[in-house]
Ligand binder design. Structure first.
Ligand SMILES: *Cc1c(COP(=O)(O)O)cnc(C)c1O
Length: 370
């Protein structure tokens, strides 16, 4: 080593050290708690499809072989399930990878990327990591606001990230609003619709964005196996993109970005419709039940169409979300603090098993009495 005090160190590009690193949901309960319910990362309480576990396990026995770099069989399985052209589908190491690559491809220092006030935090991070300027568009009643997004567009805007439904609010924009947003954007601005929770939405006016991407040169839709398919640990995301975007992504992605076990798990998961339907039906029931129970306790709950709920604590007691978080963790219920999303006095709760849901409702009733 040379003289450390004098020698200049490698320096990250401008903007990198301004990033507030992403903090994932907690995964451990307090010491001494018998049963821990992890309700902090919107994972499927039923886990992965047994068929996916079996397929990944079988693939693990052959892990000396590189995977198919094009993930062709997985792409075909997705294409068939959704009635799409396989050439427009690309798979990634989680949808986070494609969100990050899109920022890297389309943003350069001096450019602007738009995200919404309570939008998924990864967007801002990826915009900053590209050296570009993140521009926040305000929301209205905890929902993305198309007029505010369009008003935030400047000559430097190159990308708009929108989660629909959004995490952590659980709110969504009807497809008509997405169309209006797209119609109002300049043709050189890429609209990224992150539909990570699309499978859970039971609303007639919702669409994930497939029809929009099919007819546009400047829109993409991203999806994930991490939520309804229960494969967060396997890291599989996919995107539906116009050919010119696919050509750019093909140049910058890692050649073997989706691993062999993930490919097999994903194919099996796509084939297990029953697992998805069961998960969605369970979610639908308990989302409604919890919304009702928590509202009766006097807590405001943002109306959600996802597999999670944003629970607001009384404004008169600004520290009560933190206190409730500790109270719940001591009983084995791990929720998510959301201060970094602009909600200092709220918690996000993933819809869990019946035992978890009933347990949280009962614990919160006890907490509020105390
Ligand atoms: C969970 C989530 C994702 C999924 O990320 P993966 O990398 O696919 O696990 C993407 N976007 C939003 C808004 C999410 O909440």
């Amino acid at each position: 080593m040379n003289d450390a005090s004098a020698a200049p160190r490698p320096r990250p590009n401008p903007g990198i050290m301004d990033i507030e690193a992403y903090v994932p949901g907690k995964s451990h309960g307090s010491a001494g708690v018998a049963t821990v319910y992890k309700l902090s990362s919107n994972e499927n309480p039923f886990g992965a499809s047994p068929a996916a576990i079996e397929a990944a396990t079988a693939a693990a026995a052959r892990m000396e072989f590189y995977p198919d770099g094009a993930a062709m069989r997985l792409r075909r399985a997705i294409a068939e399930a959704h009635g799409l052209n396989v050439a427009n589908i690309m798979c990634f190491n989680g949808s986070d990878e494609v969100l990050s690559l899109l920022a890297r491809i389309y943003l350069t220092p001096g450019d602007e990327g738009i995200y919404t006030e309570h939008g998924f935090l990864a967007y801002k991070i990826y915009i900053q990591a590209s050296g570009a300027t993140p521009v926040m568009a305000r929301e209205t009643e905890e929902r993305a606001d198309v007029d505010a997004i369009l008003a935030a567009v400047t000559a430097r805007t190159r990308i708009v990230f929108l989660a629909n439904p959004n995490n952590p609010t659980g709110t969504y924009l009807p497809f008509e609003e997405i169309r209006r947003l797209h119609a109002g954007l300049p043709s050189n601005v890429l609209l990224v619709i992150d539909a990570a929770y699309a499978e859970y939405v039971r609303r007639n006016d919702y669409a994930a964005g497939i029809e929009l991407v099919a007819g546009a040169e400047n829109a993409v839709m991203t999806r994930t196996f991490s939520k309804v398919h229960g494969l967060g640990g396997a890291r599989i995301g996919w995107a539906y993109v116009p050919p010119h975007v696919a050509q750019a992504l093909e140049r910058v992605r890692d050649p073997f970005n989706v691993n062999a076990m993930a490919i097999e798990a994903g194919i099996a998961a796509m084939g297990d419709r029953a697992h998805v339907e069961r998960s969605v039906a369970h979610n639908n029931h308990w989302l409604g039940w919890l919304t009702g129970e928590l509202s009766q306790l006097g807590l405001r709950v943002t109306p959600s169409v996802g597999n999670f709920l944003l629970i607001h604590f009384p404004e008169a007691k600004p520290d009560s979300a933190a206190a409730a978080d500790e109270f719940l963790a001591a009983r084995g219920y791990i929720l998510r603090r959301v201060s970094s999303y602009g909600f200092p006095n709220a918690l996000r709760m993933t819809i869990g098993t019946e035992a978890a849901n009933r347990g949280v409702a009962a614990a919160l009733a006890e907490f509020l009495k105390g």
